[in-house]
Design a protein around this ligand. Sequence first.
Ligand code: CA
Length: 226
Amino acid sequence: MATILLVEDEVNVSSFIKKGLEEENYTVEAAYDGATGLNLALNKEFNLIILDIILPNLNGIEVCTIIRDKIGFNIPIIMLTALGSTDEIVKGLEAGADDYLIKPFHFKELLARVNANLRRQLISDDVKSLKFSDVIMDIESKTVTRAGKEINLTSKEYRLLYYFLMNPKKVLSRYDILDNVWDINFDMGTNLVDVYVNYLRNKIEKDFPTKLIHTVIGMGYILKEE
Ligand code: CA
């Protein structure tokens, strides 16, 4: 069964989450400050991390950034954030979190998100590589090449490209992209998607003769040739 790292400084919240997850047969290791959580994340194997944002010494955003930098983004991270803090959510997602939950939350919702994130990881573990035109994404080594040239992507750019490669020749709306790449299912009123599509285009198209990601005016984006 999956092992989960829980980084949460409020003892009551931590023990409530730990107890609930253990009842679902998950193994949970708790850390009560950012530095301890980071140290565990870097030195032990976990299947998923639940990370509070406001923590002693290192905050959740810093911990998440370092984890993504040092061990990549194979491991799903769910952030816990205070009510109504859209800025925090965006910062967390940009630091490489896969999902977030706003406090206070129902345990049922946390459990659903834990299960969904673990399931998604299992699905992606089955596929070894994705290919479209001359772009190849190697899922195991997390590398992307175009025409044999290695392209360095950030974790979000990688997730975005992954979503395009899983849905070639289909118009993807900004809403679909936000929902699938950022797990945001409401209109945040930001141009996050457009910004990241442009980052991605710069990396996979700039030095190559053909475009792959096309804008469909009023609808979204499509991955296609020509
Ligand atoms: Ca806290």
